[in-house]
Design a protein around this ligand. Sequence first.
Ligand code: DCP
Ligand code: MG
Length: 390
Amino acid sequence: MVKRWIMHVDMDAFYAAVEQRDDQKLAGRPVIIGGLSKRGVVATASYEARSFGIHSAMSMYEARRLCRDGVFLQPRISYYQGISQQIRQVMERYSPYIEPLSLDEAFLDISGMEGHFSSLTDMGRKIKKDIMKEVGLVASAGIGPNKFLAKLASDMEKPDGLVIIPYEQAAQIIFPLPATRLWGVGKVTAEALTRAGFSMIGQIASADLQRLRQVCGNQAVTLQQLAQGIDNRPVEFQREPKSIGNEETFLNDLQDVQEIDEKWRVFSNLVAWRLRKSALMGRTVAIKVRFSSFHTVTRSLTLAQGTDDEEKLYYTARQLYNKIRVIEPIRLLGLTVSNLSPTYFQMDLFDKDKSTKKEITKTLDALQERFGKQAIMKGFLWEIENKKRT
Ligand code: DCP
Ligand code: MG
């Protein structure tokens, strides 16, 4: 069986953190976001405010009573939506399979992608770092063999958490937790379960199914499976993304011609791979170049036919890049393919080379899928990876 790995990313105190980011004076202070009218409700509170006992869904009246010196603000939903988009763009660089749950959280199916990173922890650390660098906010991440465990993990060490639950350790971690941590268990079900002697997840995992059915009816099987750490729900990603791209802000601005060329090769490789994984081809190739002064240039070209071919992407990107006047060091490079449509298979009888190449690419993809990206790499990528290590 191919092992699945799911990551759940959830921003810490999202609305409040955005307000604290934008106004230095609010940093470190109890900030409460919600309806300011008499009957308003708390949407969220900064972690400083939570230490006063304030939490989501509490009445504003109660919150004001608990924390007289708090800063109380109305939410700016459309502004948060824009930020949510920026966070999504970071996520898209890590996986094409993203299921957003709300403005501030999403599942990413990262199965088979761990080869890109030295470990799953490394991948979690990197995505958190990228979100901080590019959006200026703290995210918590959880990684597990399924959605249930990944979501549980992201919550375990909030704020600024990063937890991995390997399948073998799931029982040990979840058995001592209260039944309320199971998906679908609200207050009423939890009370019924407790009355029947099933207040902890471990007790539900080993309960007699008939007995469990008497307590929670049809939910019994699903609950027992979750309690045993089993959850087969897939990540329901949007099937047709509008574009697929990769961009990177460099730690040190790039000047070296060869290094820049390598970046285009790496981006082409990644974008082509993501296109193929999504069974998509793109016609419009766009590049983005941001200089150290933040001056940003974008160029795009629409091809006659859609492609998922790495060489084609590389040559198009280079062609576009060569037309840009580069007079400053480069802070960011990006390559995006849009105008996407599902991959069609074409048998070109007169171009044996082309179909052989397609076969090779397919085999490479399948091997990488199984053994990780580093297991089998094109020569130039291998060289780049090795250079990084030495
Ligand atoms: N939200 C809301 N009403 C609620 C719960 C949440 O309006 N009852 C909004 C405000 C939150 C955002 O949704 O900032 C995200 O919800 P979360 O449950 O993820 O809570 P936070 O991100 O605020 O805090 P954390 O995830 O650190 O617990
Ligand atoms: Mg959150």
